[in-house]
Design a binder for this molecule. Structure first.
Ligand code: FAD
Ligand code: UDP
Length: 368
């Protein structure tokens, strides 16, 4: 009999397992995949840590979370500075003075402001109802058409007029020559890849891989006082309120017999006609000097039940379904804790996943 059975050896499950063990509790972690780490798992290929489920860059402004994660790994000085390729021409991201120079030849913030004002004036005072309106109001039609529309529509598989405005609000717009994709105070890649973190969190903890919780649900439930569930919340409740939708991804990994393919870790392909959204060259995350290189093309795809669910689609319809499951979860909170990107159905970055897991830990262990 364990205190906790933890379903999922991703970041959420690993943080909970580590914290519970530290408090003297007995835990067992299970995962249906044959490796730990969930979506932050890296596989070493040609001596390069390949981010198997998409590029992962750690960033946060929360010092507590930064200090927390630094217990488990040393972070390097990598700063994410993706480049966008539109019809063979390159533009720096996020949208900044370098991008505007490449697009318009503008050299000063004043010139850029005038150019953007020209293209956005007619939309001021309008509350954007969708992503297209939000982007046009924020940055104008040139940037929207070259760098946003095609990428966004293939990424999400629907028209930008059918997407919520908040998605694009993640991206900074700057009037400085600063190519840092994030505004956060802290950023980097763990030296040795993300497995270092998860391995350290799960050190000495019993982990069973290749087992699907749902195949023997009652067996697992009978083995522990409580379950921590980090999988899909709709699946846990047998889809009784309907199925939540996700965006899928396919990754095509390739080893190349050259030492440097694109000179940058991330290159986005922003035109609609190119079927992938980006090419990742993994060695650049860790300033690798290996003889070969590994690249990954990332293809967005419609998601089918049974495939890996990557991005929750937080539109009104799905959020309403989720709210019903959240209510069910509340009713059984003395037996099951729901936590993580899939159980909370939220587009969490890693720092938010850690923050959420630590909040769950705090609530669990400060109870009377
Ligand atoms: P997961 O990593 O999904 O782990 C859940 C685990 O539960 C999985 O291993 C799964 O196999 C297991 N599981 C599910 N159901 C069952 C079951 N029935 N039985 C047994 N096991 C089960 N964040 C950033 O901060 N920076 C980035 O640059 C970034 N890039 C990203 C790029 C992509 C393409 C994606 C998809 C996400 C990205 N993220 C990024 C987000 C990051 O991946 C997540 O925040 C984090 O991995 C979530 O951890 P988790 O443990 O909640 O979920
Ligand atoms: N985006 C874009 N062009 C780009 C990169 C991003 O239009 O070159 C938009 C797109 O809608 C995407 C959103 O910005 O979904 C958020 O981008 P981010 O890089 O944060 O996405 P993620 O890391 O979650 O894949």
């Amino acid at each position: 009999m364990y205190d906790y059975i933890i379903v999922g050896a991703g970041l959420s499950g690993a943080v909970f397992a580590y914290e519970a063990t530290k408090r003297g509790k007995t835990v067992k972690v299970i995962d249906k995949r044959n490796h730990i780490g969930g979506n932050i798992y890296c596989e070493s290929i040609e001596g390069i840590n390949v981010h198997k489920y998409g590029a992962h860059i750690f960033h946060t402004s929360n010092k507590r979370i930064w200090d927390y994660v630094n217990q488990f790994a040393t972070f390097n000085h990598y700063i994410n500075s993706p480049v966008a390729n539109y019809q063979g021409k390159l533009y720096n991201l996020p949208f900044n003075m370098n991008t505007f120079y490449a697009m318009w030849g503008t050299k000063t913030p004043q010139e850029v402001r005038e150019k953007i004002a020209e293209q956005t004036q007619h939309l001021q005072g309008i509350e954007p109802k969708n992503l297209e309106e939000q982007a046009l109001k924020l940055i104008g039609k040139d940037v929207y058409e070259l760098l946003i529309k095609g990428y966004t529509e293939k990424q999400w598989g629907r028209s930008a007029t059918d997407l919520p405005p908040f998605i694009i609000k993640r991206l900074p717009v700057r009037f400085t020559f600063d190519n840092n994709y994030f505004n956060d105070r802290y950023q980097g890649i763990p030296e040795g890849g993300y497995n270092v973190i998860i391995e350290k969190m799960l050190e000495g903890i019993e982990v069973e891989l290749g087992v699907d919780f749902f195949e023997k649900k009652s067996k697992w439930e009978n083995q522990a006082k409580k379950v921590v569930f980090t999988g899909m919340i709709d699946q846990y409740f047998d889809y009784k309120h309907g199925e939540l939708d996700y965006r899928g991804l396919h990754f095509e990994h390739e080893v190349l017999d050259i030492d440097n393919f694109q000179g940058n870790a991330v290159v986005n392909y922003t035109e609609r006609e190119v079927p992938y959204t980006r090419i990742i060259e993994h060695k650049h995350f860790e300033f690798g000097r290996q003889e070969k290189t590994v690249i990954t093309r990332e293809y967005p795809a419609d998601w089918q039940k049974g495939e890996e669910p990557y991005y929750p689609i937080n539109d009104a319809e799905n959020n309403a379904i989720f709210a019903k499951y959240a209510k069910e979860a509340e009713a059984i909170q003395d037996r099951v804790i729901f936590c993580g990107r899939l159980a909370d159905y939220k587009y969490y970055d890693m720092h938010l996943v850690i923050e959420r897991a630590l909040a769950v830990v705090e609530a669990e262990f400060t109870k009377s």
